[in-house]
Structure formats: structure tokens, C-alpha cells
Design a protein around this ligand. Structure first.
Ligand SMILES: N[C@@H](CCC(=O)N[C@@H](CS)C(=O)NCC(=O)O)C(=O)O
Length: 366
């Protein structure tokens, strides 16, 4: 076995840890997994990366990094065999857009299904405490109660899930299942015979949350068995044996996904970035006719919109024309540019994933 060049600190049930691990496994980059115990989560990782979040990565040369999106982008520049970013610039851009939607928009339904339902809350409270918080000296029942309360308060109640939005949050999960079921009934991965960065993005919520937490997993098994199968295929995929061709262009069956991204994720990024520019702490937004209120403004997500604009501007002119036409058709173009200059002021020197990290929301104390 090769010596690991990096250690991934995270959790066996974490969205973004699972995303990064699937990528490392596919690329056959040796790594060591280490549970992010409370000492790491509360002290070492914030000191080393500037952000209290997982995964955090420690390289053999002593450097630390965080944030799965720039981490994967950086690893791609170091490990150039079997790239997960398509060569075709139009496909590459659409992949980035899908990854961003998967990272940021599917976060709410993933947390909702995990912490709003009794079965998920009970199970995950136990799993997380047993995995990560053995080093806190307190009775296990108390630690479980605390983590359940923290997660539900911060990531469900304070993230706009309530009686008015509950059904819309769940409909978003059902819609993405239906879209992906149709795609994976036809081919193994989103763009063809090998995974791209869009697959790794969607794998985050689909693996550790939707396919494993009791309530959404039952829905997935019954409603979208091809998605369930894709989750296993992704975890098992290795670049040396799984490097087939991609289809040309943007497959037609991904267009409903783009439309969904325009109506949900991009609309939300616009409202968030506008509120950020007004220095508000909370904002409200109507998504597909459902009103969300008192959502926490995220500087990180202002940066996400900024990145999507930057990435578009960096495309070659012909790809810009193709992407523009596609995004216009699927109602993504207008929201992409509605905030002309999202000004997060995060990472101006493009140092990420080695820049001081930025959590999506700032939440203290596990
Ligand atoms: N943008 C980051 C997000 C990482 C993230 O939010 N991770 C979650 C767990 S999956 C976390 O650590 N949240 C902080 C908390 O629970 O306080 C990434 O892509 O890695």
C-alpha cells in the first residue's frame, strides 16, 4: 500500500466528508481517514484552517486545507490523470453549476430529513456522539441530547424549515430523485460512462444523508432505485477501471435539472447576495411560490455566486455562447447576473483551499 499523502478529518456520516472521500477513492489518491473528535473540531481544525467544519485535510508536508469544492479543484491540478472535469468547456461549466446546487441547495432537505424526523434524530445523535465525541467527559445521553438539539436548531429551525415550507423542502428532494432516476435509468453517470465533478457534488447529499438516513433512504429505495444503485456505483468507482467516454454536449435529460437549479438555488443565491450587500443578517425569499423567511445571510454563498460568474467569464467565447443559450432557455441566466457584483471579499487572491476557511453559517459549540 502507498503511504497516504493526506489525512481527512471528518465523520462517517458527513455530507462533505463523503463527497471528498468518494473523489479520493475514484482518483486512487491514498488517504487516511481520522474522526474529527471534539478536540479537532473545537480547537485544532479552527486553528489550522480558520473554519470549524469538516472535512479538513492535513497534507504530509504539514499544510492544512478545507472546503471540498476548491480542494477537489486543487487536487485535480495535482493529479492530472483521469480528470473529473470534462474537457468540453460548456460541460465543465454546467458541472460546476450542478456541484454548487448539490453543495448548497440540497443541504436544507438533507438536514431536515436527518434532524426533523424522530428516527433520524435518534440514530444520528447516537452515531455522531459515538464516533466523534468520546473525548468529551459527560454522560452519553446528555451529549446525544445536546447534538440533536444543536443540529435541529441551527440547521433546520434557523434555516427556514417550518410548517409553511416543510412540504416544499421535501418536494425538492422528490424532484431531484425523479430527475436523476430518469438519467441513471439510461446511463451510469450524469454525463456518460464515467463520473464528473457534478456526480461527486450530488454524491454529497445522496450518500451520507439521503441514501442512509432512515426517512429519505426509504423514499429513495422505493421511488428511485436507479439513484440508489448510482450511489453504490460512485462509492465503488476507480479511475483505473472506470474511465469510459462522456456524451457530447449537455444531455437533454439534464435540462429539467438546470431549470430546477435556476428556480431554486440561483434564485436563493441572488436573495442572499443582495442581503449581504445590504449588510443584513437575515433575509426572505420566495422559491417556486413558497415563502422562506428569516434565513441566515451567508457570506460563503455570496462567494459561490461570485465564483459562478467568474467561471463563466473565464470560458472561451464559443463556450460562453453555448452556456448562455442553455442557461437562458432554462431560466438560469437572469438570476446568474441579477446581482452584478456580488462582493463577498472572500479569498481575493484565490488561495482556497489553503485560504482561511469560511463556514456556510457561523455556528458555535458542538
Ligand atoms: N463548503 C464546505 C462545507 C463543509 C460543511 O459545511 N461541513 C459540515 C458537515 S458535512 C460541517 O462541518 N458543518 C459545521 C457544523 O456542523 O458546525 C465544503 O464543501 O467542504
Amino acid at each position: 500500500m502507498q503511504t497516504p499523502e493526506l489525512t481527512v478529518y471528518g465523520s462517517k456520516v458527513s455530507y462533505f466528508t463523503g463527497k471528498l472521500e468518494a473523489y479520493l477513492r475514484y482518483k486512487e489518491i491514498p488517504y487516511r481517514f481520522a474522526p474529527m473528535t471534539s478536540e479537532y473540531f473545537n480547537k485544532i481544525v479552527p486553528e489550522k484552517t480558520g473554519a470549524q467544519q469538516m472535512p479538513a485535510v492535513e497534507f504530509a508536508d504539514g499544510r492544512w486545507a478545507t472546503d471540498s469544492t476548491p480542494l477537489i479543484a486543487w487536487l485535480e491540478s495535482e493529479h492530472t490523470d483521469f480528470p473529473v472535469t470534462p474537457k468540453d468547456a460548456t460541460q465543465a461549466y454546467i458541472c460546476q453549476l450542478i456541484e454548487d446546487y448539490a453543495d448548497e441547495w440540497l443541504w436544507r432537505p438533507a438536514m431536515h430529513y436527518r434532524w426533523s424526523y424522530f428516527a433520524g434524530r435518534q440514530l444520528l445523535g447516537t452515531v455522531l456522539v459515538d464516533e466523534l465525541f468520546q473525548d468529551i467527559k459527560a454522560p452519553a445521553w446528555l451529549k446525544r441530547w445536546q447534538i440533536r438539539r444543536r443540529q435541529k436548531t441551527h440547521f433546520v429551525d434557523n434555516d427556514g424549515v417550518n410548517a409553511q415550507t416543510w412540504s416544499h423542502v421535501e418536494q425538492g428532494y422528490l424532484r431531484i430523485l425523479d430527475i436523476l432516476q430518469a438519467v441513471f435509468a439510461e446511463r451510469p453517470f450524469l454525463f456518460g460512462d464515467r463520473p464528473t465533478v457534478a456526480d461527486f457534488g450530488l454524491f454529497g447529499p445522496m450518500f451520507r444523508h439521503f441514501s442512509q438516513d432512515p426517512t429519505p433512504a426509504e423514499i429513495m429505495r422505493l421511488r428511485a432505485p436507479a439513484v440508489f444503485e448510482w450511489v453504490g456505483r460512485m462509492w465503488n468507482a476507480r479511475a483505473s477501471t472506470c474511465h469510459g467516454e462522456l456524451l457530447a454536449g449537455i444531455p437533454q435529460d439534464l435540462q429539467p435539472l438546470l431549470r430546477e437549479i435556476g428556480e431554486t438555488h440561483l434564485t436563493n443565491l441572488v436573495a442572499n447576495a443582495s442581503a449581504w450587500s445590504e449588510q443584513s443578517k437575515l433575509y426572505a425569499v420566495s422559491i417556486q411560490g413558497t415563502q422562506y423567511s428569516r434565513l441566515p445571510v451567508s457570506r460563503y454563498r455570496t462567494w459561490c455566486l461570485e465564483q459562478l460568474q467568474r467561471q463563466f467569464n473565464a470560458l472561451p467565447a464559443t463556450a460562453q455562447d453555448d452556456v448562455r443559450e442553455l442557461l437562458q432557455q432554462e431560466h438560469c441566466w437572469q438570476p446568474l447576473w441579477q446581482v452584478e457584483k456580488p462582493d463577498s471579499q472572500y479569498d481575493p487572491e484565490s488561495q482556497a483551499p489553503f485560504a482561511p476557511g469560511l463556514t456556510v453559517y457561523t455556528v458555535q459549540g458542538a
